[in-house]
Design a binder for this molecule. Structure first.
Ligand SMILES: [Zn+2]
Length: 132
């Protein structure tokens, strides 16, 4: 028996795919704007490459900058979509218990139950420990 009902699963799939499309649109729009606003004096200017400055290098530089936050979010979305397709959505990755559907609907990319989420945040706030 699946941990979440088919209707909730379908709703989550829709939201995740919408979030994915929105994210890619935002990245594309920002990339285009950055191309227009490309500053004449940038981090590469001091290299003195002049006309030979490779365009591809600047492009990848822009992509790297905007990907910091968005690529990790995109990864979260892809993982959540994959889990939905595999039937593993709605199960806490840490303790294996069911994640409440309301929590899933509020945050479709959620991977932990509330208890494990709080535990993890406490661990992060209290430091990583002296040694492993
Ligand atoms: Zn848990």
């Amino acid at each position: 028996m699946p941990p979440i009902s088919p209707s909730v699963s379908e709703e989550l799939r829709k939201r995740l795919q919408q979030a994915r499309a929105d994210l890619l649109d935002a990245v594309r729009a920002r990339t285009g704007q950055q191309d227009d606003e490309a500053p004449a004096i940038g981090p590469l200017a001091h290299l003195g490459q002049g006309d030979d400055a490779p365009q591809s290098e600047m492009l990848s530089h822009n992509e790297a900058r905007l990907a910091e936050h968005e690529s990790s979010l995109l990864h979260e979305i892809d993982v959540a979509i994959g889990k939905l397709a595999a039937g593993g959505a709605g199960i806490c990755e840490s303790c294996g218990r069911d994640i409440p559907e309301a929590r899933l609907l509020a945050t479709p990319t959620v991977r932990l139950c509330i208890g494990c989420q709080e535990q993890r945040e406490q661990d992060q706030h209290s430091g990583r420990g002296p040694s492993m």
